[in-house]
Design a protein around this ligand. Sequence first.
Ligand code: AMP
Length: 285
Amino acid sequence: MLIKKINELREYIQPYKSDKETVGLVPTMGALHNGHLSLIKAAKEKCDRVVVSVFVNPIQFGPNEDYNKYPRTLDADYELCTKNGVDVVFSPSPAEMYGEGFILSNDNLTYVCPPFNYTDKLCGKSRIGHFDGVCTVVNKLFNIVQPDFAFFGEKDAQQLIIIKKMVKDLNIPIEIIGCPIVREESGLALSSRNKYLSDKGKKDALVLSKILQNIKQCYLKGITDIDALKETAFSLLNDNVELEYLEIYNSETLEQEEKANNNSRAFIACRVEGVRLIDNIKLGD
Ligand code: AMP
């Protein structure tokens, strides 16, 4: 079932809720791939009913980001969802979500803003306001769908951590389930933005997962000094890959720790062929 209107979604979902069926929500921006599919499968296993939202959220993109050219493949997304037992694909327009006037003005919206010490680093540092946009839309989706469980990928680890924090701080009665990163055999983390890369770009992009694997191996061999771990990346970088950040933080709080430990996570962002790619790895087994 494809639904584009909020009130229709509510009407459709209501009988499930009345019958006490559990509802799982998988929020996405579409251009679905096997990474998204792993979230859908996890939701199918845990919940009676599964809703996948497909919405390219304008308020989480900066003015110079790829909102307009972000891949939109709703027909294929809908087919994939139907094949995989999704009950509802919810794909509202920006006007449906934010009101008709939104396109002209976004200065009259109530935002949900996560704490500064979760957003002043990693992707939040270069993408000012990005996580305000994410938390606001995820809150709206939570209020519209009212799921029991919501599924997010560790691929966007900072996002997952921030959503968990938001749910805790705002007493939202939804359990957040984090799902592992799905990768190509080469190691490249699946991403809708990989579509922008040439074959050569995809090869160059392997540097991200190689750097992370290398850091993990060094950690497992006993190196815990954070600068020393980060320095292992430099021999792998080349002119085709522009490093935006490489950091090691606590997996749950994003705090800087004195030494790497089993709870640490290494985070990387690079530009390859102008495409911004992110990846991360937990250091402990
Ligand atoms: P997006 O459509 O990029 O906003 O992603 C929707 C959800 O899918 C987010 O929770 C992502 O973290 C998750 N996701 C994207 N790529 C992957 C991947 N390679 N492995 C696991 N989850 C992913």
